[in-house]
Design a protein around this ligand. Structure first.
Ligand SMILES: NCc1[nH]cc(CCC(=O)O)c1CC(=O)O
Length: 307
């Protein structure tokens, strides 16, 4: 029996209602040894046509859950960490992460990135994916493609696009392991926080924080702390192509990160090591952001509020 379960109420686990969100919330419920799933709909779920940026950026996926947390309707919120803006509303914290899944992207459509050519149509609404692939394939035509995983796969099957990219982690969690081909992180660095399921709660809720800490994966939490400190220091918005990935080394961790111009023509990348402490992860992530921005051309700098 879970060591907290004698004394504590079942936690209300807030989640979006998409198939991926529900699978992730179930994973957290299972790890906690129980709880009640509460589904909250977000602006991003209600409007599938508009560009993410026009709906108010990444916050569209999380705002309703955050309101429910602040108002005490739920005890914790489960998110794909990469959808959670690096600046949190006052009083809320990302306090735990489940063990990270495969961080790679999967290419849907062609057999490999080398099969993409100028003039082909890539469907994506991600500025990072757009910039990374336009850098690699000048002349690639990029058009918005949103919606849940099935919607996006259907768009390729119906021939509306030649290719799209999806996170391996999401496909695996939905049981779609055979879809597409994995892309090496050396060819496409993922988004900060990709493949990590995060628990967000009220900063002053010590009981929930303790229960979340029990199920948190320390290496994942350290890695994403550095990636998110990097993104936070840049002052990016939904229009900012940012990639970052930290991995465990024999001693400590290695953070790799890059920022690009919208068309991918310009790129600044770097790497830095950090020790196994959240403080060091955050310091090193922020310093790498400063180092890259200090040398970034205007085409990149204009996409961030870094000063
Ligand atoms: N932006 C939507 C989103 N948020 C998290 C995932 C996948 C799961 C993850 O990275 O944790 C996806 C889909 C995708 O980008 O393919």
């Amino acid at each position: 029996m879970n060591k907290h379960s004698d004394t504590e109420r079942p936690l209300r686990i807030g989640t979006r209602g998409s198939p991926l969100a529900l699978v992730q919330a179930e994973a957290v419920k299972w790890a906690l040894g129980g709880g009640e799933i509460v589904t909250v709909s977000t602006a991003g779920d209600r409007d599938r046509k508009a560009r993410l940026a026009d709906l108010g950026g990444k916050g569209v996926w999380t705002k309703e859950l955050e309101r429910a947390l602040i108002e005490g309707e739920i005890d914790l919120a489960v998110h794909s960490l990469k959808d959670v803006e690096s600046e949190r509303p006052a009083g809320l914290v990302v306090c735990a992460t489940l063990p990270r899944a495969d961080v790679r992207e999967r290419l849907i459509g062609p057999p490999s990135l080398d099969d993409l050519e100028s003039g082909m149509r890539l469907g994506t609404s991600s500025p990072r994916r757009e910039a990374q692939l336009r850098r690699r394939i000048p002349g690639l035509v990029v058009e918005p493609l949103r919606g849940n995983v099935d919607t996006r796969l259907a768009a390729i099957e119906e021939g509306r696009f030649d290719a799209t990219l999806l996170a391996s982690a999401g496909l695996e969690r939905l049981g779609r392991t055979g879809v597409g081909v994995p892309v090496a992180v050396a060819d496409m660095l993922p988004a900060p926080g990709q493949a990590a399921i995060a628990i967000e709660t009220r900063a002053d809720d010590a009981q929930v924080r303790a229960r979340a800490a029990d199920i948190s994966d320390a290496d994942t939490f350290l890695a994403v702390s550095a990636e998110r400190a990097f993104a936070r220091r840049l002052g990016g918005t939904c229009h900012s192509p940012v990639a970052a990935l930290a991995v465990r080394k024999e001693e400590g961790f290695l953070l790799r990160a890059e920022i690009l111009s919208e068309d991918g023509a310009d790129l600044c990348r770097g790497a830095a090591e950090f020790a196994a402490s959240v403080g060091d992860a955050e310091t090193v992530g922020a310093r790498l952001a400063d180092d890259l921005m200090a040398e970034a051309p205007a085409s990149i700098r204009s996409l961030f509020s870094w000063t």
